[in-house]
Design a protein around this ligand. Structure first.
Ligand SMILES: Cc1ncc(COP(=O)(O)O)c(C=O)c1O
Length: 315
């Protein structure tokens, strides 16, 4: 049921024809229809070995993390409590429920809607201690986006499951866990380039350093923060057009929040001659295609548009 190792597609384009660059896409979006992309990579080792009696985690109403986690927890029959940034009113007005939340309910997750100020405390030690007191002793707390050392082991497998002779590896960045895992697993001839999906992402450099630890001093990496196209969750015309172009040229469906911004960054880096001539570049497709449903629900895209990018049944 899981497609592993995920395939790697070589792509060609007018954009880099004649540069000597070889460009590949690691197709982690094909790993599984629900637990796709970096969700599988980050969650895998939370579900290996002794399993917890209960899991607590966090996310927004359209979060790929809670969507995948609720599916995996249900499959292992582990009760899951999710703290969702947002309003309780959603539960009272089911027609406004995001499809992501509806799937979490279907997977029997217990939902707790918290206001934004309380949600911001989710990583405070006091808050976590208080929270865990309400649950059985064997409760596992998985931070938002799976941002934890455990996740790095799964992310490292992205590079080890096939010959890894890439000079540059690009990935999108939200919590920076995937970027940190790739950096940790990289060798000193490689450069890992994270492309932030959110505005004001500079603070994530510190997080990357903490997650990777002392070996970071031997690594080549960059976090680029100028390709967010207006900010997290913003999907301007430029991004919508780029997703159509990528689908038409390469048959690859990008997600609206993360991989489309990475591709935007990649295109711009090409025009800036960022990559050494003759290098091998790997773009990591981190999945997230369920995110299109949220945009459809919010009328930010039409079903016609989704058909154009290869997702005719996205709703
Ligand atoms: C589809 C997708 N791609 C990329 C990311 C960013 O990954 P990370 O949070 O590890 O930086 C996320 C969020 O976790 C995601 O859902």
């Amino acid at each position: 049921m899981f497609t592993l190792p995920s395939p790697i597609s070589k792509i060609t384009s007018q954009l880099f024809a004649g540069t000597g660059l070889e460009v590949f896409v690691k197709r982690d979006e094909l790993i599984h229809p629900i637990v796709s992309g970096n969700k599988w990579r980050k969650l895998k080792y939370f579900f290996t070995g002794d399993l917890p009696q209960h899991i607590v985690s966090f996310g927004g109403a359209y979060s790929n993390h809670i969507h995948a986690l609720s599916f995996v927890a249900a499959n292992h029959q582990i009760p899951l409590s999710l703290y969702i940034r947002g309003e309780q009113t959603w539960l009272d007005r089911p027609e406004r429920l995001s499809s992501t939340i509806a799937d979490c309910l279907h997977n029997k997750a217990q939902l707790h809607f918290v206001d934004r100020a309380s949600y911001r405390r989710k990583d405070d030690a006091d808050f976590k201690k208080e929270l865990l007191q309400a649950y059985p002793e064997q409760t596992l707390l998985i931070p938002e986006g799976g941002c934890d050392q455990v996740a790095l082991t799964g992310v490292a497998e992205i590079l080890s499951e096939q010959q890894n002779d890439f000079d540059y590896i690009l990935c999108p960045v939200g919590s920076a866990t995937t970027l940190a895992g790739l950096i940790k697993a990289s060798d000193n001839k490689q450069t890992i380039v994270g492309i932030a999906a959110l505005k004001q992402a500079d603070y994530l450099r510190q997080r990357v350093m903490e997650l990777v630890g002392p070996s970071i001093k031997d690594k080549n990496w960059q976090l680029l923060t100028e390709f967010h196209a207006g900010g997290f969750g913003k999907v301007p015309e430029q991004i919508l057009q780029l997703v159509v172009d990528v689908y038409q040229q390469h048959g690859i469906i990008l997600d609206p929040i993360y991989t489309s911004k990475m591709w935007l960054g990649f295109n711009q880096l090409i025009t800036q001659n960022y990559f050494r001539a003759g290098s091998k570049v790997l773009l990591l497709h981190t999945g997230g295609l369920q995110g299109w449903r949220g945009l459809l629900q919010q009328n930010k895209v039409t079903s016609d548009y989704l058909s154009k990018i290869g997702l005719p049944q996205a709703n």
